[in-house]
Ligand binder design. Structure first.
Ligand code: SAM
Ligand code: SF4
Length: 382
């Protein structure tokens, strides 16, 4: 049996799975809207699932809520308010809870950013990807560079002082100057948080079938080095592989994933990880993926929790924690996995002998070498 000395912090993820158009690089559970958005039905289903899953919270306060997608900004402020009111009425929401909503600048016409703010959203995450019109076309985006700029202005005007911008680099035929221009344009809006993702070609995407010409590895490396330097100069500290933040503005929700906290995922295809503190067990679940199935109450309610085997916990913990630039304190390992530190001491020693972990035994942190070979490092705990 696993031993947990205190309850794990808990976050709530809500998946809203529709987009105006499917981007050719995207493998998220997102579906092109074919007819009208079944907003009311979906909001009711979310509220119904939340009640069903409520016992899993075990009276813990919710530390953060994240509306992800898909394109949550396609939903009305009224729908988002209904979901948030329902949650607040049935569980205890931390007074300082971070409540984020992902938005696509191409949905600005349909969007009432001020309404989202009033509904209780206190952090916005805007999927910009690039400000370059040609690149945005290749990426199949529904907005151009000016729509992106306008979206950020509207968000700020609506009172979102805490906001993230998503930018991708290593785009088809992108030059170093173009990548730097995207970073500089994004940072000119002074976001509190910046997510900078290298474009990856994922199976089950259009780009996988019709592969675009991507920059060579050396050029991508140059982009990484120059971009990181620029971000540092402008006061954005890298705290995870793709995440940069101004002081005190790290994303609490994502940090909870990386620190192997608990999360309840609600909505089509959403994942949950829940620790039963009293029984000494860790459980995972995934909701049915297709929105049509999710709207079918019998399919949605048939969700099953699966026990995570003890032997998998150390690897899962490392897979998350070692993404953090500064790593985590060693005591977090036992707090979050319920395993004794001695269960992995031989593996830690092996990783340190290979210079993949920093030497400080009170701290679990990838060394510079470990950061370059993160898969090799985490593989030691498999
Ligand atoms: C779930 S998406 C949601 C954002 C919103 N739907 C949008 O696209 O505007 C979160 C972010 O993941 C990043 N992303 C998606 N697919 C990616 C890929 N194949 N490679 C790198 N980053 C990707 C994009 O930056 C995107 O904004
Ligand atoms: S808008 Fe976002 S979630 Fe939707 S398909 Fe494009 S990248 Fe994926």
């Amino acid at each position: 049996m696993l031993i947990f000395n205190k309850p794990l912090p808990l976050s709530l993820y809500i998946h809203l799975p529709w987009c105006v158009r499917k981007c050719p690089y995207c493998d998220f559970n997102s579906h092109e809207i074919k007819a009208d958005l079944p907003q009311e039905l979906y909001v009711n289903a979310i509220c119904d699932e939340f009640i069903q899953q409520l016992p899993l919270l075990n009276n813990r306060p919710v530390k953060s809520i994240f509306f992800g997608g898909g394109t949550p900004s396609l939903f009305s402020a009224h729908s988002i308010a209904n979901i948030l009111d329902h949650i607040a009425a049935h569980c205890s929401l931390d007074a300082n809870a971070e409540i984020t909503l992902e938005a696509n600048p191409g949905t600005i016409d349909q969007t009432n950013f001020a309404g989202f703010r009033t509904a209780g959203i206190n952090r916005l995450s805007l999927g910009i990807q690039s400000f370059n019109d040609d690149k945005l076309k290749i990426l199949g985006r529904i907005h151009d560079g000016e729509n992106a700029r306008e979206g950020i202005r509207i968000a700020k005007k609506a009172g979102f002082s805490n906001f993230n911008l998503d930018i991708m680099y290593g785009l088809p035929q992108q030059t170093l100057a173009e990548a730097m221009h995207d970073i500089e344009s994004a940072l000119s809006f002074a976001p509190t948080h910046f997510s900078w993702y290298q474009l990856t070609i994922e199976p089950n995407t259009l780009f996988y079938k019709q592969r675009p010409v991507l920059p060579v590895d050396d050029l991508i490396w140059d982009m990484q080095c120059a971009g990181q330097e620029k971000l540092q100069q402008l006061g954005y500290k890298q705290y995870e592989v793709s995440a940069y933040a101004r002081a005190d503005h790290e994303c609490l929700h994502n940090r909870n994933y990386w620190e192997f906290g608990d999360y309840l995922g609600i909505g089509a295809g959403a994942h949950s990880k829940i620790t039963d503190h009293d029984k000494g067990e860790v459980w995972r679940a995934q909701q049915v993926r297709h929105p049509k199935d999710y709207l079918d109450a019998s399919k949605r309610r048939a969700i099953e929790m699966k026990n995570v085997a003890e032997k998998d916990l150390a690897f899962e913990f490392m897979l998350n924690a070692l993404r953090l630039t500064d790593g985590v304190a060693m005591h977090l390992f036992s707090e979050r996995t319920g395993l004794a530190a001695s269960a992995i001491s031989h593996l830690l020693q092996q990783a340190r002998e290979r210079d993949l972990l920093v030497k400080d035994e009170k701290w679990l942190c990838a060394s510079e070498l470990g950061k370059k070979f993160l898969n090799d490092l985490t593989g030691i705990f498999l």
